[in-house]
Design a protein around this ligand. Structure first.
Ligand code: APR
Length: 313
């Protein structure tokens, strides 16, 4: 019996729950939120789509952590999204309190769970969930790289006119300013990206990717992106539940890879039943490796900010 919990029944959480239910990879998806009635109402609505969409997974909406007991994988989306003009850092203090509380409650009922954190600011919240949960580091990861890579792929497809499914795009590093695009690993129909687009155009697309979240926040006015983010988070959960050992860009605990140690960072990792089963050291150019190391240092500084607000445990 496999069970997924999604904490937070807002835009990101509910679309993640929907995608996972429709994927039919778990017996049950539990969705929980502090707002009474919200997860219950959304769950009822989703369940009624089952005969049409032809899947069996049941979604349970609840405000009680007892219902999350025995979860195999938990996606933590609880927290406030960015408002226009707000940086991810602005969210730090309030979301640190929420993630600490949520993680403690989850661990009471699912001490063996694998945690996928999506709440922003992503690197700090993933670090915090790992520390608060006390879980082995391979069982706690964050979602950012799948989303940034997908955004980059979309922009490359739009610019080149190539089939989106023929694009391979990779971004590593941190989510936001220190996102590290890896053009050397990007391909369009099997051809290196640098053979298809000039350096200046690639840089434009990288910039747009880096600001991909903010661009959507600016258009929406309230709330942040959730369709591509939920697709990315659901893909990670599917890989874990099906023990697929698929390689994905995820925020994972580094242990010496690329000369980087002891920090959560966006790297390529294999995901399987025990969480992150292996971090893959991709062949990067010197410049890309340097950028990744800089991103690691930036994350370390951000984790220090976390300590300063006193929620770092
Ligand atoms: N426990 C459970 N749920 C909570 C808690 C809590 N302690 N605190 C807040 N929530 C819920 C809110 O009630 C709301 O339903 O989290 C949900 C957040 O939903 P949205 O406001 O729609 O935000 P969303 O777009 O889903 O983003 C969630 O993901 O991408 C990040 O920056 C984003 O940190 C934000 C998170």
């Amino acid at each position: 019996m496999s069970k997924i919990t999604v904490v937070g029944a807002g835009k990101y959480g509910s679309t993640t729950a929907q995608r996972l239910a429709e994927a039919d990879v778990a017996d049950q998806v539990v969705m929980t939120d502090i707002v009474e009635g919200l997860p219950q109402g959304l769950a009822l609505d989703m369940n009624q789509s089952r005969p049409v969409e032809k899947y069996r997974t049941l979604v349970t909406g609840t405000n009680d952590y007892a219902d999350t007991a025995g979860s195999d994988v938990v996606v933590i989306t609880a927290g406030l999204p960015r408002k226009p003009g707000m940086t991810r850092m602005d969210l730090l203090e309030v979301n640190a309190g929420i993630v600490t509380d949520v993680t403690n409650r989850l661990m009471e009922h699912s001490p063996e769970a694998i945690l996928v954190v999506v709440t922003n600011p992503l690197d700090q919240m993933t670090t915090l969930a790992a520390e608060v949960s006390g879980l082995p580091r391979n069982k706690v990861m964050g979602q950012a790289g799948m989303l940034d890579s997908a955004r980059f792929a979309h922009f490359i497809a739009e610019k080149t006119g190539a089939d989106i499914l023929d694009i391979e795009a990779v971004t590593l590093g941190s989510h936001g300013a220190t996102m590290v695009p890896v053009p050397s690993l990007c391909k369009v129909g099997g051809r290196p990206l640098a053979d298809v687009l000039d350096a200046e155009t690639i840089e434009e697309l990288v910039d747009r990717t880096r600001n991909g979240g903010a661009e959507i926040v600016g258009l929406l006015k309230t709330g942040s992106a959730y369709y591509a983010p939920s697709a990315a988070a659901a893909a990670m959960v599917r890989a874990i539940l099906t023990d697929s050992e698929e390689t994905m860009p995820v925020c994972a605990w580094t242990e010496g890879q690329y000369g980087i140690d002891g920090v959560y960072l966006g790297v390529l990792a294999k995901l399987g039943a025990s969480g992150v089963t292996e971090i893959i050291e991709a062949p990067l150019t010197n410049g890309e490796t340097e950028a990744l190391r800089e991103a690691a240092e930036a994350v370390r500084e951000k984790v220090d900010d976390l300590r300063q607000i006193g929620s770092g445990g």
